[in-house]
Design a protein. Structure first.
Lengths: 267, 267
DNA sequence: GACACGCGTTCTGTGATGCCGAACAGACGG
DNA sequence: CCGTCTGTTCGGCATCACAGAACGCGTGTC
C-alpha cells in the first residue's frame, strides 16, 4: 500500500519479497494477529505457501505464534533489530542525549526525525513527564506540510524543490488549520527561517501543538529536525518564543555534534 | 559450517531463512554495514545470491544502502516494525505462561509487574491452589518500598535514583515491619542484589510474605518483576532460600523470552 | 603508466525448490 | 450429524532461486 511495487527491479527474490509483504500485513493486523487463511488471501497466494512463509519467519523470530500454533503476530526479534537500526544510524545514536535534554528542558515529548528527501522520518522519541502520551510511531515517513519537523526541513530547501516535493506529496487536509496552498506554505516557511523554528499549530491534529527546528550534518546539509509536542492548551502563547529558541538551541547543539564541532547551521 | 540449521522444520522456505540470517548478519556488522562479498561469505552463498537477497530486502526497507548502492545497513522499516511489535506485545501476555509455571512450582499466588519509572504495576496474576486469596489489583501502581516486586526493581537502580524516587514516593508505614529509612531500604536492596531476589516480610500487610525477582528486556533494562505471595505462617524460614531461587529462575526464563530468544537452534 | 587485485554488477543455464491445488483432520455451530 | 470454517499434509510440475564465470570499475603497487 505505501510501497509502490517494484521499480523494475531485477534481482528480486519472490519469496523474500512475499515474506516482507507478510510482515507488513501482520503489522497492520494489530495485536490479534493473523491466521494462515487471512495471510493467504492478503498476499494472494495459496494457504500452503502462507504457511511455509509464516513458519520460516516465526523460526527466525520475526513473527511469533500467539496462540499455540495458530495465529501469528510480530516477533520480538523485530524489537532488537529495530533498536539496532536506530543505534546504527549514527544520527539516532548521537541525537538521543540531546533529545533527552530537550525533553527535560521543556517537559514535553521530544522527537528526532531525519530528512529523507524532504520527508521527515522519526527515529527516536523521548516522552515528557506529562500525563498525555502522543501517538508517535517511529520509523514512519510523515507528511512534510503539516508537521513541525517536516516544515523545519522544508524551510531549508529552495522554493523550486519545495514546490516539486509538494506536487508529489500532496497536501492532505487534517484539520481546519491545515495549510491549503503551496503559497501559504512557502510564506510559513519564510517565517520559520526568520525565527529559526517551525510551528505546527493544530495543523495535523486538533489540540496538538508542535515546535520543530532543523539540524545539519558535517557538510552543512539539513540532516533532520528536532521537535517537541504537547497539548495546545498547555502551551501559553507567550511561551512559544522561548520554546522555539530552546528547540533551536538544542538542534544547533546536535549540529555541532554531527559536524565534529566545526560548522554552524546555515542560518 | 552451516551455522544456522534448524530443528527438522518441514515447511521452510530456504530463501526467506537466508534473508533472515542476512538481517542478523548485518545487525552484527555494526554501523559500517556489509558489502555484497562479505554477505556472501558470511552466508556461504554466491555473491549473486547475496546481491539478490540484499536488493530485495532493501526494496522492502528492511535493509538500506549506506553509500550509493554499495554497502548495506539495517533499514528504517525495522524501526517501525519493532515499534509496532512492542506495542502489540504485552509483556503480560508473554509472561503469563511463566507465571503459571511459577505458581505451580511454588503453590503460591504469582504476579507479574512491569517497571514504570521504578514503580511496579501489576499486569497479571495467577492464583495458587491455597484457600486464601490475596487482594492484588491489576493495572495499579503500587508502592516501591514495601513490596517484593517493587524492591526487586529498585535493586536494579543506582543509589541516587533510588533516593530520588523515594523522595518523591515517600515511605508510607503499613506495619511495624515496614522499613522506615532510606538507609534501611538501601541496605535491604544490597542484600537482594546479592541473593538475586527481594523479600517483603510482612512489610505491607501483617501475616503476608512475598518474594520477588526482576526480569529484563532485550536491552538489558529492568522491565519488571515477578513475585509470589503467601501467608507468612505457610512459609517456613528454611524454605525461603529455595523459594527465592525458584522465583529468580523463572524471572530469568522470562528474560530470555523477552530478549528475543535468538539462536535457539542448537542443531 | 601499466598491471593486478579487489570490489559490485551482469547474464545465462540448470536443477533444486518454492508453489499450488487438492485432500485431510479437528473445531464449532446449526 | 452434517456443512463450513479452521490449520495441516502431501505430491508433482514449472518456476525461480541459485551458482559460477565474465564484465567494468576503481585502488593500490611496483
Amino acid at each position: 500500500m505505501p510501497n509502490i511495487e517494484h521499480t523494475e527491479d531485477r534481482y528480486r527474490v519472490q519469496s523474500v519479497a512475499r515474506a516482507a509483504a507478510l510482515l507488513e500485513l501482520v503489522a497492520d493486523a494489530g495485536p490479534q494477529g493473523l491466521g494462515v487463511t487471512e495471510m493467504a488471501q492478503g498476499l494472494g497466494v495459496a494457504k500452503s505457501t502462507a504457511l511455509s512463509l509464516s513458519r520460516t519467519l516465526a523460526h527466525a523470530g520475526l513473527l511469533r505464534s500467539l496462540d499455540v500454533g495458530a495465529r501469528y503476530g510480530l516477533g520480538l526479534n523485530l524489537l532488537r533489530l529495530g533498536d539496532l537500526a536506530s543505534q546504527q544510524t549514527s544520527i539516532g545514536e548521537l541525537g538521543l542525549p540531546v533529545l533527552h535534554q530537550l525533553s527535560q528542558a521543556t517537559g514535553m515529548t521530544a522527537r528526532l526525525a531525519i530528512n529523507e528527501n524532504g520527508y521527515p522520518i522519526f527515529l527516536e522519541r523521548v516522552d515528557g513527564g506529562g500525563p498525555v502520551r502522543f501517538h508517535a510511531p517511529l520509523g514512519q515517513r510523515e507528511e512534510p506540510h503539516c508537521t513541525a519537523a517536516g516544515k523545519a526541513i522544508l524551510a531549508q530547501m529552495d522554493e523550486a524543490s519545495v514546490r516539486q516535493l509538494i506536487e508529489e506529496a500532496g497536501m492532505r487536509v487534517h484539520t481546519p488549520k491545515t495549510l491549503r496552498s503551496v503559497e501559504e506554505l512557502l510564506h510559513d516557511l519564510e517565517r520559520a527561517r526568520q525565527v529559526g523554528f517551525a510551528l505546527d499549530d493544530e495543523e495535523e491534529a486538533e489540540g496538538v501543538f508542535c515546535v520543530g527546528a532543523a539540524f545539519f550534518d558535517h557538510q552543512g546539509r539539513c540532516a533532520g529536525a528536532l521537535s517537541v509536542t504537547d497539548l495546545k492548551l498547555d502551551v501559553p502563547l507567550r511561551e512559544v518564543q522561548a520554546l522555539g529558541q530552546s528547540v533551536h538551541a538544542h538542534a544547533e547543539r546536535l549540529t555541532t555534534i554531527l559536524s565534529g564541532s566545526r560548522r554552524m547551521a546555515r542560518r
